[in-house]
Write a protein that binds this ligand. Structure first.
Ligand code: BG6
Length: 504
């Protein structure tokens, strides 16, 4: 890593400082950056929030978060002292004018103490309903004036639908230029997601076959064994489509389908990704049933433990119509991908934790060799493993040892853990480091988010207006509802079990 980030004095103002996101993800990632020497020498973390806490109480809370979630593990006392000396807390109602006056005074004080102007990063780890008022408040107080040294970071969910996204966006772009707005989709910070571009564009052998002539279809899977956990309040208004597909899966799809960028920079890469979103064939309201499948988990067993149905989880409506599983068939209307379906699926309480992209190549035109022991010959598949396995596996047919020429599927694999000794930073570390440096390549641009909402709106509307008569329709611990099987069966295909290379 080059170390530009360590030279610019920086104040990170963390709104929602006492919340779960700050404690579990943001502060542990900052701590890891600090441990690796990637925070500027003059750095301050100014927590802002409504909780009745003082800095000492906040620091204690953060220490627990760091011990539980930082890559470097629990800190020793000396390290923690040095890190926590950078943390202050401002108890404030972020949307009031007084609060912004206080904030302004505090920010100027840092700069005075440091004897240097600082870059200011406003990180909104708050519910999205506060994004617009906080942004407007900062703007009105003159705290966003310096475009070179001010940035704002917001997290998904960016709205609840197209309209609410556009409203948030109007507030943000009313105060900040697009270059200053960093919209996080944490999947883009994952090492293996970034590796999709490296695999495709740093190796000349993949690009010639990465198109409709060789690829039969693509499957993107993000499956989780966990359920709704403690997030009923949020999830009951979100569901799998908003929570996962609108952002994470669409972003992965863009990386798989995009054209090569001229340079690895924010405008070029994001421009190429938007081209994919623009090329996605719209799903008309009357074809939603043909292109999608939804599910909600019922009770079932995962790793020997019985799990309750979604409708039996705490604070969930016992008649909830929210989907915990979503599958889509998408078509990319351009020269490269015409006629190649991209199947996306994601679900909670699935059989395993696995996120991967499977590129299924076309079959050979003629099969001259028999497969061994009643096995079916399998077309070649390239599997990009995002997590928990991190790597790439090429699945192909090889001759089985013996006198006869008979085929058996085999794997050729690359694993991050075997190939590299350096541990991967976690996604938030990478994204925070980029935000400190002002590099927006791995962040979502407004037009990407808008295009993704636009595509999904008919599905959200139809699903919202028509409660699913068969919910719950898949047991916890399974690979999803029958409706998802039918979605592929209509095309004469089936989902393959993800490439699990260890027991889950
Ligand atoms: C979040 C979703 O964005 O991503 C969660 O809100 C989901 O529902 C999570 O569990 C998955 O992220 P990761 O990094 O744990 O795979």
């Amino acid at each position: 890593m080059d170390n530009v980030a360590t030279t610019t004095p920086t104040i990170l103002v963390l709104f929602g400082a006492s919340g779960d996101l700050s404690q579990r993800l943001i502060v542990p990632a900052l701590f890891d950056l600090y441990q690796d020497g990637h925070l500027p020498e003059r750095f301050a973390l100014l927590g802002a929030g409504r909780s009745d806490l003082d800095a000492a109480a906040l620091v204690l809370r953060y220490r627990d978060g760091v011990a539980a979630h930082a890559r470097h593990g629990a800190p020793d006392d000396a390290t923690w002292q040095a890190f926590s000396a950078m943390i202050e807390y401002l108890r404030t109602d972020a949307v009031s004018q007084d609060a912004n006056a206080q904030l302004s005074e505090r920010l100027s004080r840092y700069e005075k103490d440091w004897g240097a102007p600082a870059q200011r990063i406003y990180y909104l780890a708050t519910p999205p309903i506060l994004f617009a008022p906080i942004a407007r408040g900062l703007c009105a107080a003159g705290l966003t004036a310096n475009h070179e040294r001010t940035r704002i970071v917001v997290e998904k969910p960016l709205g609840h639908d197209l309209e609410s996204f556009l409203e948030i966006n109007r507030a943000l772009t009313g105060c900040f230029s697009e270059r200053q707005i960093f919209r996080i989709d944490h999947f883009l910070g994952k090492e293996t997601v970034q590796n999709i571009l490296a695999l495709r564009f740093a190796n000349p052998i993949f690009e010639p076959i990465w198109n409709r002539r060789y690829v039969d279809h693509v499957v993107i899977t993000v499956a989780e064994t966990m359920g709704v956990e403690h997030r009923a309040g949020y999830y009951e208004h979100a569901g799998a489509l908003r929570d996962m597909v609108q952002n994470h899966l669409m972003q992965v799809l863009c990386l798989v389908a995009m054209e090569p960028p001229v340079a690895y920079d924010a405008e070029d890469v994001r421009g190429k990704k938007v081209d994919v979103l623009r090329a996605l064939r719209p799903i008309p309201r009357d074809a939603v049933g043909e292109f999608t499948a939804r599910g909600q988990y019922g009770a079932g067993w995962i790793r020997g433990e019985r799990r309750p149905a979604y409708r039996e989880e705490p604070e969930i409506d016992p008649r909830s119509n929210i989907e915990t599983y979503a599958a889509l068939k998408l078509l990319v209307d351009n020269w490269r991908w015409q006629g190649v379906p991209f199947y996306l699926r994601t679900g909670k309480r699935m059989a395993a934790d696995v996120s991967e992209v499977s590129i299924r190549f076309r079959d050979v035109p003629h099969r001259a060799f028999p497969a061994a022991g009643g096995l079916q010959a399998q077309p070649v598949r390239l599997v990009i493993q995002i997590q928990p396995e991190q790597g790439v596996v090429l699945k192909f047919m090889a001759k089985e040892p013996g006198y006869q020429l008979r085929l058996r599927p085999v794997d050729m694999s690359f694993r991050y853990s075997e190939a590299f000794e350096t541990p991967s930073p976690n996604a938030y570390e990478t994204l925070l480091w980029d935000a400190l440096r002002g590099d927006a390549t791995l962040f979502m641009r407004a037009d990407q988010v808008e295009a993704a909402w636009r595509l999904l709106m008919p599905v959200l509307e139809v699903w919202g207006e028509n409660p699913a008569p068969d919910f719950p329709n898949y047991p916890a611990g399974s690979w999803g509802p029958e409706a998802a099987e039918i979605l592929l069966a209509r095309d004469g295909r089936s989902w393959l079990t993800p490439s699990l290379s260890r027991e889950t």
